[in-house]
Structures are given as structure tokens and as C-alpha cells.
Design a protein around this ligand. Structure first.
Ligand code: PEP
Ligand code: MN
Length: 340
């Protein structure tokens, strides 16, 4: 149940009135877009009717909804990211290195990608790594490198906020804030990212159900995010033949049943570069609104995820294949396996 307050309402008094009826209430303030609206979400109670709540002083409307994630359900299939519509037709490509390694490194990649019509430059400044001894990302300085490379080439930036502490810097420099798989259910982070108002790329947790994923999207929208784009990047399975199990059923479900924008990341999904073209094509056929792909000028020396990076020298061919105009067979890329 969503209770919207009048502009001149006293939120504390409304809260008291709701609590006195035995309702569990949480108050969410929309602050990013500057709207002076408050929402109070109360638990559903058979004893309390929407009509009765609507008579409380200060309440403008009461919406009852049977769905548990009403804002996600209401969002629709298109999210605007700094003037680029994701989900509106042509696939959105989000391409770049796993980690931003230096200013020259990201600049070279951006200059190669921009002429290919890649709208989003991706790259991690803060890296979630399994081992604490692995490269952790260059942090805030890398955000600046990424932003400058994107501005010079007229691309948009998508990069991950790994912790609440990173959120202000990431939100300032990113057009699309990424929440990574390991953080999909970090609710404090979701709330902090939501408060920035930025659109979000919400990667699926590696063991997350569809319902948990949608609820995490709801956290973001309830907190103030202007839009949520879901990103399927593979889930855990019993089989380690590929790094993860890319769940294209979930993609079709999100795109065709829930009518939400979903991006597919075959790089983390497969963990090997030679599967990116076939999986990327399959993802687009399943309804994906775009693809996230890792690339590197010299994958063998990459500081993270080299085995799944498309060599920069092959990215033009890969993009041609994914756009459906190439005739090369799927196995023609330099083979590689494993993942870091
Ligand atoms: C990434 O995109 O760089 C990343 C770490 O992805 P994931 O959270 O899906 O593992
Ligand atoms: Mn990676």
C-alpha cells in the first residue's frame, strides 16, 4: 500500500495516525528530482481499508497494489540515461575493460569504441575481487580517467559503486551507476545509490532469484533512482564448464513478461571470449535491450578478467557480428578459457 502525502502535509502526524492503526510504516522521501513528495509505505492489513486511510488529514491518495514491487512494475521498458534511451529499440552496447588501468589505457579503448556506435564506456574503478591480494582497482583517480575518456569521445559512463563510501564520487562521474552481483542484496548500498537519483544498472546476484532481483530494483526506485536497468551476468550452477550459467530464460521473462529493460553480460556469464558472440546474439534474440562486454588492448596483461576480454583489435569484428551484419562463424575469435 502506498500512501502519498499532500504537499502541505505534516509527515510526522500522518505517520502517527498510521502507526496508531497498527500498521508497519516506512517513510521514503524523494529528494533527487527535487519533488517535495513523501511516500509512506504501510504493510497491508485486512482490518484497514484504503478508503479509511484516505480520510487521514494530510494524505492525498492511497494506492493498493497486489504486486510486491509496484515501482518496478510501473517503470516500463525504457530508461533514459543522460539522453540515451535504453530499451527503446536499437541495442545499447556497454563496452570497455574490466578495470580502468591507466588514463592512456581507457582513452585508447574509448577512441576505438566510439566510432563503432558504442554508447556506453564501461570500466571498473572499484573492483570486487574474490581475493584481497588481487588488483582492487585504482579508485577515485580512475573515475576521472574514465570520465575524461568518455567526454572526449562523447560516450556515457557506466561504472560500479562498490560500497556506500564510493557512492558520492561514482554518482558524480557516472551516467549509469552499476551495482555489482556481489552487492545486489546490499540494501544499505541500494538505499545510498537510490538517494543519488541516478539511473542504475543492477546486476543479478549470482544466487539471486527473480523475485529477489526485482525487490532489489524496488529498493532503488523507492529510494529515488530515476530508472533501473537489470543486468543478467550468469548465475552459479553445478557445472564449471563456463564461469557462470547465463540465464537467458530470466532475460526473456524480464523483457517479455515483466516488460523491463535488461542488459546481458556474456563476458562474466561465460568467462571466455570465444562464447561472447554466440551468447550475445542469443541474448538479443531473447529480448535483451543491450549487451555489456569486456575488452582489453592486451588481454594477457589485463589486471583483471583477461581470459574473457575481447582483444581490442577484434572488437570491430565482434560488434559487426553482434549487429547481425557479419558472416563470420562464431568460433573464429582467438580461443581462450578460464577466468580470473
Ligand atoms: C563487472 O562488471 O566488472 C563485475 C565485477 O561484474 P559482476 O558484478 O557481474 O561480477
Ligand atoms: Mn570483469
Amino acid at each position: 500500500m502506498i500512501v502519498s502525502l499532500k504537499a502541505d502535509a505534516n509527515p510526522a502526524e500522518v505517520l502517527r495516525a498510521l502507526v496508531s492503526r497498527g500498521l508497519w510504516v516506512s517513510q521514503v522521501e524523494r529528494n533527487a528530482s527535487g519533488e517535495p513528495r513523501h511516500y509512506v509505505i504501510a504493510s497491508y492489513s485486512a482490518a484497514t481499508s484504503a478508503e479509511e486511510l484516505a480520510t487521514i488529514e494530510g494524505i492525498s491518495s492511497v494506492t493498493t497494489s497486489k504486486v510486491e514491487h509496484p515501482r518496478v512494475t510501473a517503470q516500463g521498458p525504457v530508461v533514459d540515461v543522460a539522453g540515451v534511451s535504453v530499451g527503446a529499440g536499437a541495442p545499447a552496447f556497454m563496452v570497455g575493460p574490466c578495470s580502468v588501468e591507466s588514463e592512456a589505457h581507457i582513452r585508447e579503448i574509448a577512441e576505438r569504441l566510439a566510432p563503432l556506435g558504442v554508447a556506453f564506456l564501461r570500466g571498473g574503478a572499484y573492483k570486487p575481487r574474490t581475493s584481497p591480494y588481487a588488483f582492487q582497482g585504482h579508485g577515485e583517480v580512475a573515475l576521472g580517467w574514465l570520465r575524461r575518456a568518455a567526454e572526449a569521445t562523447k560516450m556515457k559512463v557506466v561504472t560500479e559503486a562498490l560500497s556506500e563510501a564510493d557512492v558520492p564520487a561514482v554518482a558524480e562521474l557516472a551516467d549509469l551507476v552499476q551495482v555489482g552481483s556481489r552487492n545486489m542484496q546490499n540494501y544499505a548500498l541500494l538505499k545510498a545509490v537510490g538517494r543519488t537519483g541516478r539511473p542504475v544498472l543492477l546486476k543479478r546476484g549470482m544466487s539471486a532469484t527473480m523475485d529477489e532481483w526485482l525487490h532489489s530494483g524496488e529498493y532503488l526506485l523507492a529510494g529515488g533512482s530515476r530508472g533501473v536497468i537489470f543486468c543478467e551476468r550468469g548465475i552459479r550452477s553445478f557445472d564449471d564448464a563456463t564461469r557462470n550459467l547465463l540465464d537467458l530464460g530470466a532475460v526473456a521473462l524480464l523483457a517479455h513478461v515483466h516488460k523491463l529493460p535488461v542488459i546481458v553480460d556474456p563476458s562474466h556469464g561465460a568467462g571466455r571470449r570465444d562464447l561472447i558472440v554466440p551468447l550475445g546474439r542469443a541474448a538479443l534474440a531473447a529480448g535483451a535491450a543491450g549487451l555489456m562486454i569486456e575488452t582489453h588492448a592486451d588481454p594477457a596483461s589485463a589486471l583483471s578478467d583477461g581470459p574473457q576480454a575481447i582483444p581490442l583489435g577484434e572488437i570491430t569484428a565482434v560488434m559487426r557480428e553482434l549487429r547481425g551484419s557479419g558472416a563470420r562463424s562464431a568460433g573464429a575469435l582467438s580461443p581462450n578459457g578460464g577466468a580470473s
